[in-house]
Structure formats: C-alpha cells, structure tokens
Design a protein around this ligand. Sequence first.
Ligand code: PRP
Length: 178
Amino acid sequence: MKKPTPFLTERQIAKRVKELGETIARDHKGKGLACIGVLKGSFVFFADLIRNIDLPVTVDFLGTTSYGQQTRSSGDVKITLDLSVPITGKHVLLVEDIVDTGHTLHYLLENLRLRKPASLRLCVLLLKPGKLLKPVPIDYLGFTIDDRFVVGYGLDARERYRNLPYIAELPESAREEE
Ligand code: PRP
C-alpha cells in the first residue's frame, strides 16, 4: 500500500518541537517539571518534546477514551489509566497530540486541577479550531490545522500509521483499508 503524503514533514515538526521545548524550559526556569502524556496519541511527540526541555523532568501518563470504536468523540471522557504518582504541589505540563472537539482536554484539565498542582500548563501539537466544542486553554501550541484527518507521529486511523515519522492527511478512501 502507498504511504500517505507528508502534510507536516519530519523537519518542520522537529523545528517546532525544539522551539516548544525551549520556551517551556525558559518559562519554568529553576523549577522541576512533571510532564504528563495523554496516551496513546501523544507518545511520539511527548518523547521528542521532553528531550528538548532542559530542566529536571519526571514523566507519567494518562489514558483516556471518548471515541470507543467511533471516529467522533462521544463527549463522555473516561480515564482508562491514571497517574502513577500524585501531582499535588508540583509544576505540571500536560502534553497532548491533538485537540479536536476539546472534550478530552476540557475534562482532563478539570480533573487535574482538583489534584492541586502548583501550576498546570498545557502543550498541544495540533489544534483544529473549526471542530472545537469546549474551550481549551492551550499554553504551548505546535500547529493550527484545517479540519483534515491526520495520521502519523503518534496519531492513528484504526490504530494504524502511528509509526509514520511525519504527519500526513489521510484521504477518505484510505481510512477503511486494513
Ligand atoms: C485523540 C487524541 C486526543 C483526543 C482529541 O485520542 O489523542 O486525546 O482524540 O479529541 P477531542 O478533542 O475531540 O476530545 P483518541 O481517543 O483517538 O485515542 P488515541 O490517543 O489512543 O489515539
């Protein structure tokens, strides 16, 4: 099967991720940072981002689901994997690959705030503003994109394409292929 054509290249992504990491490090200078990745989509971005944050960091992960087997968010977000250690009193950076309707992050930010971190900031690689249904305060944003169905660099279509090293738009005809 033909590989999808890059929409954001490895080079464009690496440049932006470096900038984000440097900005985050500057903003948290002199502090430790608890970085939390939202599984599964953020895992590639998360791994690259933390290597560009020159601070003492810890890593942890949250698992969520709202899509089930559907391609649209149900809005009913559930935590399927919780943090392994508390974040109370810590400076926290939540890292997500994409904001679509905003349901996932709206829920997660509220949930994490209740755990009383010293600070809580959000870093997102991709935002589709046209799809937003819930307000999501993004502190660090990689790219704003149109309403395209994107895969690669951690993002999937029916669990495939997460290992593409770049981000591609997947044509409708390819979405149902095995
Ligand atoms: C994707 C993405 C976000 C969420 C964004 O996850 O990684 O978590 O959807 O959508 P929203 O803004 O409409 O809530 P998905 O549920 O596809 O799981 P995955 O990360 O395991 O691929």
